[in-house]
Design a binder for this molecule. Structure first.
Ligand SMILES: NC(=O)c1ccc[n+]([C@@H]2O[C@H](COP(=O)([O-])OP(=O)(O)OC[C@H]3O[C@@H](n4cnc5c(N)ncnc54)[C@H](OP(=O)(O)O)[C@@H]3O)[C@@H](O)[C@H]2O)c1
Length: 264
């Protein structure tokens, strides 16, 4: 058991899972540093978290902006040493059932937001946390990172890369006293998830997801995967012949809209 975090950085805190995490962690004695782009939504989350007794700083930043991210994060870490960093911000893009290829610009926007944005979030804190021999990184992954989804190739690829990065980092950082947790998330009711048309088995609310994540991170788990039936089914799919899984997946009618985001 590790102690509860007192200074927490959360990206993508203006909506969905990030917002729910901010409100779950918001308590007296806790300092939150919340990153997002939408001013009104970010400020509303900050106000609600302050109501619950937390100290809150907001950073209106694009996670793709490496320099701005480094500067803000290093400055905040100097003021209130982060003991938990949650790389959560992300977007999705994909295909309709008749779609064949994703828009190349949408593909690059997803990789830049969901992979480079994660690197921009954690890199500034690796050396400081290791120097202190204390801290925890949490990476928001996805079931799509375990097995590529035919209707979301770029999203699946970005999440698989995040999974691999988190696993690799864990091997090096944990001997330094810094924990690394990979969150393998199923369907969570959020605006991102609402934009997708299709079956969403075992969907949970954003507040439920945040509680599960907090419990797992408090226990210092290497992997926090939920809901477990979907996790087991996805793990099982990895052991089956690839073409059989392709056939099963082709039966699901899923439509993921193309993101409007473009490379900066
Ligand atoms: N919901 C699910 O079912 C599900 C399942 C598996 C994994 N996930 C992952 O969970 C994470 C959060 O998703 P969500 O469902 O909570 O989606 P959401 O409600 O759409 O929230 C996404 C958050 O990411 C922020 N964001 C996106 N691009 C950004 C950028 N370039 N710079 C700064 N902030 C950015 C958004 O902030 P602004 O709008 O202010 O820019 C928003 O706060 C994502 O990584 C997603 O892939 C979600």
């Amino acid at each position: 058991m590790k102690r509860a975090p007192r200074s927490i950085l959360i990206t993508g805190a203006s909506s969905g899972i990030g917002r729910a995490l901010a409100l779950t962690y918001a308590n007296p004695g806790v300092a939150l540093a919340l990153i997002g782009r939408n001013k009104a939504r970010l400020e509303a989350v900050a106000a609600a978290a302050r109501e619950q007794g937390a100290e809150v700083d907001i950073g209106r930043l694009d996670v793709r902006d490496q320099d701005a991210m480094r500067q803000w994060i290093v400055e905040r870490d100097g003021a209130r040493r982060f003991d938990l960093c949650i790389a959560n911000a992300g977007i999705t893009t994909g295909l309709s059932p008749s779609g064949i290829a994703e828009d190349p610009q949408a593909v690059r926007a997803v990789l830049e937001s969901n992979l480079i944005g994660v690197l921009n979030t954690v890199e500034p804190l690796i050396a400081p946390m290791c120097g202190r021999g204390d801290g925890q990184f949490a990476f928001v992954g996805s079931m799509a990172g375990l097995r590529g989804l035919p209707y979301a190739p770029a999203y699946s690829a970005a999440k698989a890369a995040v999974h691999s990065y988190a696993e690799s980092l864990r091997g090096r950082l944990e001997p330094q006293g810094v924990r690394v947790s990979l969150l393998i998330v199923g369907f969570v009711k959020t605006p991102l998830n609402d934009s997708i048309e299709g079956l969403k088995p075992f969907e949970v609310s954003d507040a439920q997801a945040a509680r599960i994540i907090q419990r797992g991170l408090d226990r210092g788990k290497a992997v926090v995967a939920f809901p477990w039936p979907l996790y087991l089914a996805t793990r099982l799919a990895r052991t089956l012949p690839a073409r059989l899984v392709d056939k099963i997946m082709a039966r699901f009618d899923v439509k993921v809209p193309e993101t409007q985001e473009r490379v900066r």
